[in-house]
Design a protein around this ligand. Structure first.
Ligand code: G3P
Ligand code: MG
Length: 263
């Protein structure tokens, strides 16, 4: 596998290289999620890091979609992973949202990454496997990133609720930056993140307490939150000393000006 962007002088990302604010699915709810229109819209609001959801088509193309099924966010029906990319690429992924975005297509992950590279944007790729495709999807994301992402930019943050997907990503390309997503806290969460070689935990914001943030940082893991849409919640997470917020409310939160302390 060759990547023309890899340089001899690879920077060491010893500190957390990402913006504090991350636009969820591109532009939250202001544009059709996980479309290029949404990422452009998020960038227009000043955001420089985006979260997206990536899964595999039947013929092995990584594309962006949150749900397992097509119905909510496209004019298609059935299971997304049962369609080839050639079919998925014809779908309208914008009309469900509003007239303004009618005809907006589904993007491939590759296209989104190229757009990020061109514009020096950071990206959080949530590995969102269709059921049963956890390892395959994790591996495919890791390999695509290794193939095209330049080592002169902060690396994509690969996250997943599925440990199996993260394990496969790690096995394929050990040196990438990974994060474990969690909707419920358990005593084993920090250890699991460590076993998966993760650099961060990305939690449902309600899970964070001062003790958990401290434990997380104590293990040199960054503490991030999703999906934070209220100013008072964001302030609580800042006061706790957490490291990043994924939000829908790109129209409410200015993405400028929050820096990271070293752990
Ligand atoms: O990656 C953070 C967040 O997107 C996880 O939940 O369901 O919105 O993909 P979901
Ligand atoms: Mg997501």
């Amino acid at each position: 596998m060759t990547n023309p962007h890899h340089s001899a002088t690879r920077p060491e990302w010893t500190e957390w290289p990402y913006p504090f604010w991350v636009a969820h699915r591109g532009a939250g709810k202001l544009a059709p999620e996980n479309t290029m229109a949404a990422f452009r819209h998020g960038a227009h609001f000043g955001y420089r890091m985006f979260e997206c959801d990536a899964k595999l088509s039947r013929d092995g193309v990584l594309f962006l979609m949150h749900d397992t099924e097509l119905a909510r966010t496209t004019n298609g029906e059935g299971i997304a992973a049962e369609q080839d990319w050639g079919t998925l690429a014809q779908l309208d992924a914008g009309s469900w949202h509003s007239r303004r975005w009618a005809g907006e297509p589904l993007p491939t992950l590759r296209n989104l990454l190229h757009w990020c590279i061109r514009n020096h944007y950071a990206i959080n790729i949530e590995i969102k496997p269709s059921p049963g495709a956890e390892s395959e999807t994790g591996r495919a994301v890791a390999e695509l990133v290794a193939q095209i992402w330049p080592d002169t930019l902060p690396p994509p943050l690969l996250s997943s609720f599925k440990p199996q997907a993260l394990a496969a990503a790690r096995q394929a390309v050990p040196a990438q930056t990974r994060a474990l997503l969690m909707d419920e806290w358990s005593d084993g969460s920090l250890a699991l993140a460590g076993e998966l070689g993760c650099a961060a935990l990305v939690c449902n914001q309600l899970l964070w307490t001062p003790e958990r943030v401290q434990q997380c940082h104590g293990r040199l893991l960054r503490a991030l939150s999703y999906t934070v849409n209220e100013a008072e919640h964001a302030q609580r997470l800042k006061d706790l000393g957490t490291d990043g917020i994924i939000t829908d409310r790109i129209d409410l939160f200015s993405p400028i000006g929050t820096t990271h302390a070293p752990l």
